[in-house]
Ligand binder design. Structure first.
Ligand code: SAM
Length: 313
């Protein structure tokens, strides 16, 4: 199928309103190439992409790319998009150069375009995540490599909430332990637990797309024998008593099962919770204490919090 690629050179402040206009016009996905993203200083490689290619970014401003099917309405759609963008001036939104080009592309080209931005990333002291299509060579002998194809599931491994979870797993997982991963997404945390020495791992997700992606990634990383992937709501009907439970899920959801996590964990067991926004930190911390946990770590990356709690011996 043929698609039309619309390239709009604009400004940072116009990203959101123009993205809305493009979505309303029927665009399937918007790619943002922001000159500031390339120039941004990165204090550490943890959780960040590296080796960004300057050729993918504009020298200044922002380029938005959107994809519309080529059909007889295309001309009208493009005209409507142009008019709607010009109307933003009435709201004092700086639309910058507002230089618009339209070209034809093949479906395969744009469906896989995002892949070029997904590079190997060192997310913790030992763990590097690499997409399946990159030929990555380890830099040191104790480096742990996780190969991922996230597909449509959450979990490229580079999100701050995942990185915080993975760094905590690296500190707490010991050989031969049992780990439960609640909200496994692409399976990345279960695979990390397996590569860190756990030998009995249960990966649960409510979403069947995630379950499929996790199964593929677990196999890809040769962890199929020790990781059981299952569609499940939180810890419902789980009867395993783990050494560690990891859950990178929103605070509101953590607050639904912290008591169950406490019941299931072995004495001395660790509950790693992540995906918590600042505003929810105190509430989650208090709920964990009320359930019986001792708080042993509170960590932060960008605006995200992760709490590590322990069930007393
Ligand atoms: C933020 S993602 C984390 C993915 C992965 N663990 C990571 O760290 O990158 C949260 C995942 O939790 C899953 N989820 C949401 N509600 C759930 C529930 N009630 N039971 C199980 N999984 C759930 C979502 O489908 C999603 O895959």
């Amino acid at each position: 199928m043929k698609w039309s690629e619309l390239c709009i050179h604009t400004t940072n402040e116009a990203i959101e309103p123009i993205s809305n206009i493009l979505h309303e016009a029927g665009a399937s996905g918007v790619v943002i190439e922001d000159a500031e993203d390339f120039a941004k200083e990165r204090p550490t490689k943890f959780g960040e992409l590296y080796e960004l290619d300057p050729a993918d970014f504009p020298e200044e401003g922002v380029i938005l790319k959107a994809y519309l099917p080529v059909n007889s309405f295309l001309g009208e759609s493009v005209e409507q998009i142009k008019q709607a963008i010009n109307q933003l001036l009435a709201y004092n939104i700086d639309i910058g150069r507002n230089f618009i080009t339209v070209s034809e592309v093949n479906e395969e080209e744009w469906a896989t375009a995002w892949k070029k931005y997904y590079k190997p990333v060192k997310v913790s002291g030992k763990i590097t995540i690499t997409p399946t299509w990159e030929d990555y060579q380890p830099v040191s002998t104790d480096e742990i490599i996780i190969e991922l194809d996230p597909g449509m599931a959450f979990g490229t491994g580079t999100h701050p909430t995942t990185v915080l979870s993975m760094q905590a797993l690296e500190r707490y997982v010991k050989n031969k332990q049992t780990v439960i991963d609640v909200g496994t997404g692409s399976g990345v945390l279960s695979i990390a637990a397996a590569k860190l020495g756990a030998t009995d791992i249960y990966a649960y997700d409510l979403d069947d797309v995630a379950v499929k992606a996790a199964r593929i990634n677990v196999k890809l990383n040769k962890a199929g024998d020790i990781v059981t992937v299952k569609q499940n709501n939180l810890l419902d009907h789980v009867q395993v008593n783990p050494d560690i439970i990891v859950a990178n899920i929103l605070a509101e959801i953590i607050l639904r099962f912290e008591q169950e996590a406490f019941q299931l964990l072995k004495p001395g067991g660790i509950f790693i919770s992540s995906g918590i926004i600042q505003a929810k930190k105190v509430e989650v911390r208090q709920a964990l204490i009320a359930a019986g946990f001792d708080i042993i770590e509170v960590n932060q990356m960008e605006d995200w919090i992760s709490i590590v709690a322990q069930k007393p011996e």
